[in-house]
Design a protein around this ligand. Structure first.
Ligand SMILES: [Zn+2]
Length: 292
């Protein structure tokens, strides 16, 4: 069955390969296992990333500049672990290049995602929305969760596509207008992160700073909690598949900076468009949505 044919359809918009597994791996595994359509749109190939370990260090942008192609393979392997078959790159693989953190020289490149025209990029996403017709969209808040330019841009493009996809006057050749019912930002409750970092510190010499973790907010902003216990193994396996980017050790992981943080099985969201389907916290992103 294609993602578009399932009764429940979830669209996730992410900036780089690996963001989806870290933030939503358990959620994606759960809905895929339940027969929902799960579509991932990743906006860049993460070409500018660092590489963990010496074997593939030659792939980085300052040497062979071949990391993007490699990360396509990592993402596909991760999605096999999660049971997700519908993975797309915004505008096609390599259309938008990875940007660096705010202020670095890479962000002056005309092909980087940060420099992309938001309306043009949103047009690529509208085509996906009108094809898949998701009821639920998951992406980042307006600060991209932690200020990374590609994450901010992913937010802008997703929100613009949400609006344009629902407008029947906008490019009817892309399919009938479609209105997404519920939109969520990825979140991590501050107390959950603090406890996880404290546990990480007992096992590892260096831990991440809270501001380096995307989407951290006061607990009361979280509307929705997905119990990931049954999908934690798959999430960890998906993260391990991003081997140039992530090191996993039990219930902790580190990026290339070797600063450890909790690998959260439960995943957290803030509903920002649409109505909570149940009392808070919701335990299902589709709560309140009639299957259709
Ligand atoms: Zn990212």
């Amino acid at each position: 069955m294609t993602a578009a044919a399932a009764a429940r359809r979830l669209l996730l918009v992410h900036a780089h390969p690996d963001d989806e597994s870290i933030g939503n791996g358990a959620t994606m595994a759960r809905y895929a296992a339940e027969g929902a359509g799960v579509t991932l749109v990743t906006c860049t190939l993460g070409e500018g990333g660092e590489v963990i370990g010496p074997e593939l260090a030659h792939l980085t942008a300052d040497r062979q500049d071949a990391l993007g192609e490699h990360r396509i393979g990592e993402l596909r392997a991760a999605m096999r672990e999660l049971g997700v078959g519908d993975v797309r790159f915004l505008g096609g693989p390599g259309r938008y290049r990875d940007s660096g953190m705010m202020g670095v020289a890479e962000n002056d490149r005309p092909d980087c995602f940060w420099r992309a025209d938001v309306d043009e990029a949103a047009g690529h996403l509208v085509a996906v929305v009108r094809e898949v017709r998701p009821q639920v969209l998951v992406t980042y808040d307006e600060n991209g969760g932690y200020g990374h330019p590609d994450h901010i841009q992913a937010h802008r493009v997703a929100l613009r596509a949400l609006e344009l996809a629902a407008d029947p006057r906008y490019r009817p050749e892309l399919g009938p207008a479609w209105r997404i019912v519920k939109v969520y930002w990825n979140r991590v409750p501050r107390t959950v992160l603090a406890a996880g970092l404290a546990a990480a510190a007992e096992r590892h010499p260096a831990v991440a700073a809270p501001e380096d973790v995307p989407g951290v907010v006061p607990d009361e902003l979280v509307t929705t909690v997905l119990d990931g216990a049954r999908h934690a193994e798959r999430k960890a396996a998906a993260m391990r598949a991003h081997a140039t980017q992530i090191t996993v050790d039990g219930s902790f992981f580190a990026l290339s900076n070797e600063r450890w943080q909790p690998l959260l099985a439960d995943e957290y969201y803030q509903l920002v468009h649409g109505e909570c389907g149940t009392g808070r916290p919701e335990t299902d992103l589709f709560a309140g949505i009639e299957d259709r």
